[in-house]
Design a protein around this ligand. Structure first.
Ligand code: SF4
Length: 252
């Protein structure tokens, strides 16, 4: 007797375009050991037929590195925001529910527009300024202790999971969210990046800045890189308080 082919049951939240209503569509795809959500989606792409036996449009998603570094394939998998590439089928309860991140506008199916987060990084100047592209020689050294925690913060891949988990990041709020705040701490600690320290603090002391954080601590729970986001936010709370005193007394 031939053993029935093992299948993966997926329930996918879909949307035709940015303006359409969402709906769910179910798929059964052939199982192979060590599959992840991306490989299951690729099976649908190969044979886009739903469980009703209807031919349908292939599911659209975004992915680049496939090794949990780019952050592009973040989606909500069985209710939790995570990268599709590092979500292994064998570790997920079936049926597997896959939906787009709800914090960002959906462009189509599982593809979302994360511009909000990239704009926030621009707002806080999340970079180290350089004077031209010629060889400037070695930069100033960072104390080893600082380098160690800064390295942890530098692992942020702008995946958006922390914004998704934060109740204060939504379409009615302009809160920039945990990831851009943590980048302020990172770049302010850099010996050259510190040139823009005051600008960064000013950016997060304004509208949509650090005071919009409700301290729910959800962000730190979902970050796939284990970035100590709440420690960064607590640190920045102290920094912005000091800065506001400086601004106040400096104006006299
Ligand atoms: Fe993703 Fe973590 Fe960066 Fe937030 S801090 S964007 S969860 S990697």
């Amino acid at each position: 007797m031939v053993e029935a082919e093992k299948k993966i049951h997926l329930i996918i939240t879909r949307q035709k375009d940015a303006k359409s209503d969402s709906y769910t569509e179910e798929f059964m795809v052939p199982y192979r050991p060590n599959m992840n959500i991306i490989s299951a989606l690729m099976e649908i792409q190969k044979n886009p037929v739903n469980t009703k036996g209807e031919k349908t449009a292939p599911v659209i998603w975004e992915s680049v590195c496939l090794e949990e570094v780019c952050g592009a394939c973040s989606m909500v998998i069985n209710g939790k925001p995570h990268q599709a590439c590092s979500s292994l089928i064998d570790q997920l309860e079936q049926p597997i529910r896959v939906a787009p991140l709800a914090t960002f506008p959906v462009m189509r199916d599982l593809l979302v527009d994360r511009t909000r987060m990239f704009d926030a990084l621009k707002k806080v100047k999340a970079w180290v300024p350089i004077d031209g592209t010629y060889d400037l020689g070695p930069g100033p050294r960072m104390p080893e202790k600082t380098r160690q925690w800064a390295y942890e913060l530098s692992k942020c891949m702008t995946c958006g999971c922390c914004l998704e988990a934060c109740p204060n990041v939504n379409e009615k709020s302009d809160f920039i969210g945990p990831a851009p705040l943590s980048q302020v701490r990172l770049f302010n600690a850099h010996p050259t990046g510190a040139m823009h320290k005051d600008d960064r603090l000013a950016a997060i002391m304004g509208e949509g800045g650090i005071t919009s954080c409700g301290n729910s601590q959800n962000c730190v729970e979902v970050c796939p890189k284990g970035i100590p986001l709440t420690t960064s936010i607590a640190h920045l709370n102290r920094q912005t308080t000091i800065q506001s005193f400086k601004d106040f007394f400096g104006s006299y």
